[in-house]
Design a protein around this ligand. Sequence first.
Ligand SMILES: [Zn+2]
Length: 360
Amino acid sequence: MNSHRIKSSTAQPIGNRSRLEICATSRIYASVALAALITQGTVEAQPFQFPTANHALYENGGEEKFFVGTTGKPWNTGTFGCVRSEGHQLHEGLDIRCQTRDKRGEPVDPVMAAADGEVAYINRRPSLSNYGNYVVVRHNINGLEVFSLYAHLSEIRKDLKTGQQVKTGEKLAIMGRTANTREGISKDRAHVHFELDLLVNDRYSKWHEAALRGQRNDHGDWNGRNMLGLDPRLILLQEREQGAKFNLLAFIQHQNELCRVQVRKTNFPWLKRYGALIQPNPRATKEGVAGYELALNFIGLPFQVIPRASSELKGKSKIELLSVNQAEHDRNPCCHLVVKKGSRWELTNHGTELLELLTW
Ligand SMILES: [Zn+2]
């Protein structure tokens, strides 16, 4: 169905070619190919590339061609955020539409690594996850450990192993529609579910055992609860806009604040893994760090971390809610981290659980 799609090298990842080379070569291509090359040319300086050949996000009004909505719903239900169940449910990635199908109408788009990295996890048992077959790749970008996740795959490359290095644009798998959900994914809706995540705690498995006794954990640390998603659409759009100036750390630091919390813990994995998010506080440096103040976005991602001295800590409890940004709560209500009781805001059980996991 996509025979009109550009099949020349312009649809392929650029690899090590410099931007100069690309510009020189591009003169001989037709204008469509030229535009594609210019788009690709900036990719080299950008941390993330599209995980399939579908780049329609960069076309004017290309959303319909890029995203797959849920059954009977518009394309925006395939984007990141509070877009499911009339805004009450989070979708933690992008559902990127299939472009190429075999005779039976099954998707055959190659799914490619969005950046250089190392394979962190492979699930080849589709019945064990609503993600079906999926692959997680670990990247180090602007000093941050970030993970890309590719789900609903039909076939993962046989030779792909945990710990293996992969290059940007390297094929990982073939798009599919595997999932263990009762409703499944129709041929029509075939897509790759693509996430960019930060990891909450590398002791997740132990925490799960202790906190969620009796609940199965088939995926170790790669349990959905342990991953906090960034919006890949915003990242890809900012990369195009800012080119080489795009910085993942700055992107994370500019999240909208849902709330501020204070934790009386001084040693937890987030501080090491995402140390770049820690802001200086001379008073805590002088008096000693007794806890941390965290700014959380609407999914609970701590995007700003401030060490606090004992003399600065508020309240008595292990986890203290300091403030809530009502406008952000109203805009993105689907994660239910905080709730207003009368005139007072409180952390919900879910909010408390996330912070306990974070600081465990
Ligand atoms: Zn999805």
